[in-house]
Design a protein around this ligand. Structure first.
Ligand code: PEP
Length: 253
């Protein structure tokens, strides 16, 4: 059985004082017996202090982006080894905001995935279609291209999580219905079986992301191929994030 995995993408939110307050709330509500893997992904400036805040808690740390080179003249960038230094276990790669606002291509994302894994990071690789793709019936075509373009059979699947995030559902309050999510998750698992093999695909966690909230988490997480959630807005409020974690815990129990 796949262990549910809930990650919170803080995006460009929280000063140090605000982050400490959020973490205090998460620590107070955390439970060593959670049957769910939990990670927070703060912005870069908070990684080092948050690495200390999560010490002796079941909460893991992740980053929202990484460079594909180990070091060099890349102003403003952060390497995989630097994330390891900050006690990161995870890195989000290919978020739709990086694809859309920063022009990240699958060719670049493939390099980031390999560099991150080689340094010892687990990767949350995001895929998902725009509204226009869905309306044109192109969801599977787009998601297949995103998977095929960045993954290959020699990628370390044991370090891979996929986050299916329909772009039209991110930060909009419009969630995919459980049936819509399950349909695409099942498609993704099939594609992963083609890239790797069936047993490997069965073991890969596929998170859903896109306006996951306490009031819809349980329904989404109950779908057979929805193994967790990548949470944006709701992870910025401790009680909301904890409620989503508890929903995942219940599906994992
Ligand atoms: C995200 O950006 O990864 C996300 C899922 O955001 P939200 O939960 O706010 O839709």
């Amino acid at each position: 059985m796949r262990r549910p995995f809930v990650a919170g993408n803080w995006k460009m939110h929280k000063t140090l004082a605000e982050a400490r307050e959020l973490m205090a709330g998460l620590r107070a509500g955390s439970d060593a017996d959670w049957k769910v893997t939990v990670a927070v992904c703060p912005p870069y400036q908070l990684l080092f202090p948050m690495g200390r805040e999560i010490d002796k808690t079941p909460i893991k740390l992740g980053a929202q982006n990484v460079h594909c080179q180990p070091q060099g003249a890349f102003t403003g960038e952060v390497s995989p080894a630097m994330l390891i230094d900050c006690k990161c276990d995870y890195v989000i790669i290919g978020h739709s905001e990086r694809r859309q606002q920063f022009g990240e291509t699958e060719e670049l994302l493939a390099r980031k995935i390999r560099a991150a894994m080689e340094a010892g990071l687990d990767v949350i690789y995001c895929v998902g279609e725009l509204l226009e793709h869905r309306e044109a019936g192109d969801t599977e075509k787009v998601v297949a291209k995103q998977l095929d373009g960045a993954l290959a059979s020699d990628v370390d699947a044991s370090r891979l999580t996929i986050a299916y995030e329909p772009v039209w559902a991110i930060g909009t309050g419009k969630t995919a219905s459980p049936a819509q999510a399950q349909e695409v998750h099942a498609f993704i698992r099939g594609r992963l079986a083609e890239i790797f093999d069936q047993a490997t695909a069965e073991a890969i966690i596929i998170q859903y992301g896109g306006s996951v909230k306490p009031n819809n988490a349980k329904e989404l997480l109950s779908c057979p191929d929805v193994d967790g959630a990548l949470v944006g807005g709701a992870c910025l409020v401790a009680d909301d994030f904890l409620a989503i974690i508890r929903a995942a815990h219940e599906t994992g129990s």
